[in-house]
Write a protein that binds this ligand. Structure first.
Ligand SMILES: CC(C)(COP(=O)(O)OP(=O)(O)OC[C@H]1O[C@@H](n2cnc3c(N)ncnc32)[C@H](O)[C@@H]1OP(=O)(O)O)[C@@H](O)C(=O)NCCC(=O)NCCS
Length: 372
């Protein structure tokens, strides 16, 4: 019998069926709706409903989602104590991973059927926003803030970080980034969540594992890594000479490339347009020039295009957010996509258990300890 084909990184391998998201060169769909239409017309809470409840909400359903998020936002008191105990130099993504696991010990939802897990997904979404903001404030020597009634999820996170209701532009751009980040089919972190839950483990374990997968710079960590790269340059000229050298040395340039998109990422195009307006409005043309100095040779010479993390890093930066918040904000959104996939996996589950090609020594006897 011939061996099944081997594909490093599972490239090109179909690992499951889904009705949630479709990622291909021609389009990005969330349950059949294009990302362009969603980005223009709906807010993050509507996307959360679409992913978790399988339809865009009517006005009453949207109100219910918002109310659920509001009810689930307050953090358990022991979680705040645990946050205080974590050393200040621990990266935010590590804190978030630990605290998502920790908060599950105070899970207010009863039961583990699909309806309960949908609520659990909303509860996790609400808690994650609060955890990020509470950690941010403690790091800045400030006390965590209680949520404020009536704010959107995007505005709430900013409010709980800064203690001020954000301006309309900041809210709009954070909300847009949450919409763009919410779902992306069988990417590494979503697949991690599905694999964990394919053992019949629980949704919090799936989301905790997915956070660990997302933090790597080849995945969600790229928004921070891309901004770290841009921040090294004071001018477009400096960026140009660096990228020439980096390409000659075959260095990886963060925020570029994608396993599926080979002619560009739909989300990057949408966000870049808004980023240009933001930079112009703030008089930050130098940053855009640096951004373009890297992008030009990557796209024109290498034919490797920006992914969403490239414009997102600079967008968050121009909005005044600290680097350590960028990937956590990705989590604040993608938790909805992860949860939808975990629910879908449970409905038609088969444990993930691929094969490997053994390259180790041939079978051999165990030598006695005196001979090793
Ligand atoms: C996203 C990513 C992990 C996809 O990996 P992949 O599907 O395995 O892509 P490949 O390694 O097959 O890339 C094909 C070629 O393009 C090159 N390439 C891909 N992304 C590149 C990048 N960001 N910078 C420079 N070269 C890159 C690879 O080195 C490879 O070149 P080679 O054929 O000469 O070896 C990869 O593009 C990457 O590391 N990007 C930077 C991190 C990032 O922005 N991640 C966020 C993704 S949304």
């Amino acid at each position: 019998m011939s061996e099944p084909p081997y594909s490093p990184g599972l490239a090109g391998v179909i690992a499951g069926e889904t009705t949630i998201g479709c990622v291909d060169q021609g389009k990005l769909l969330y349950r059949g709706y294009t990302i362009q239409d969603l980005a223009e017309t709906v807010c993050f809470e509507e996307v959360a409903h679409l992913l978790l409840f399988e339809s865009l909400p009517n006005a009453g359903e949207l109100e219910t989602v918002k109310q659920s998020l509001a009810n689930y936002r307050p953090l358990p008191v022991p979680l705040i104590s645990a946050l205080r105990a974590i050393p200040n130099d621990v990266p935010m993504m590590d804190v978030l991973r630990s605290m998502v696991s920790f908060t599950s010990h105070f899970d207010p939802i009863e039961g583990h059927d699909e309806a309960a897990n949908r609520q659990r997904a909303l509860w996790l979404t609400a808690q994650i926003g609060g955890i990020i903001a509470a950690r941010y404030r403690l790091l800045n020597g400030q006390e965590p803030l209680s949520p404020k009634d009536g704010l959107s999820h995007a505005a709430q996170i900013l409010y709980q970080c800064h203690g001020e209701i954000p301006d309309a532009l900041s809210e709009e751009l954070i909300d847009l980034s949450l919409v763009l980040y919410a779902e992306h089919d069988f990417n590494a972190s979503t697949f991690t969540g599905r694999v964990i839950c394919s053992t019949l483990s629980d949704i919090v374990s799936g989301v905790t594992g997915a956070i660990g997968a997302l933090k790597g710079p080849l995945h969600g960590g790229a928004n921070e890594a891309a901004m770290e790269m841009l921040a090294r340059f004071k001018s477009a000229e400096e960026a140009s000479s660096w990228i020439t050298q980096a390409l000659a040395n075959k260095e990886k340039v963060m925020g570029f490339g994608h396993r599926v998109y080979k002619q560009g990422d739909h989300r990057a195009v949408i966000l870049e347009e808004k980023l240009r307006k933001l930079a112009a409005q703030k008089g930050e043309e130098t940053w855009m020039a640096i951004y373009d100095a890297i992008k030009k040779p990557m796209t024109e010479e290498k034919k490797i295009y920006p992914n969403v993390d490239y414009p997102c890093g600079l967008t968050y930066f121009l909005l005044g957010l600290p680097l350590d918040l960028y990937t956590p904000l990705f989590v604040a959104s993608r938790v909805t996509g992860w949860s939808a996939h975990i629910l879908e996996q449970a409905r038609n589950n088969r444990i993930y258990r691929p094969l490997s090609i053994y390259k180790g020594p041939k079978a051999r006897p165990v030598p006695p300890i005196s001979e090793r």
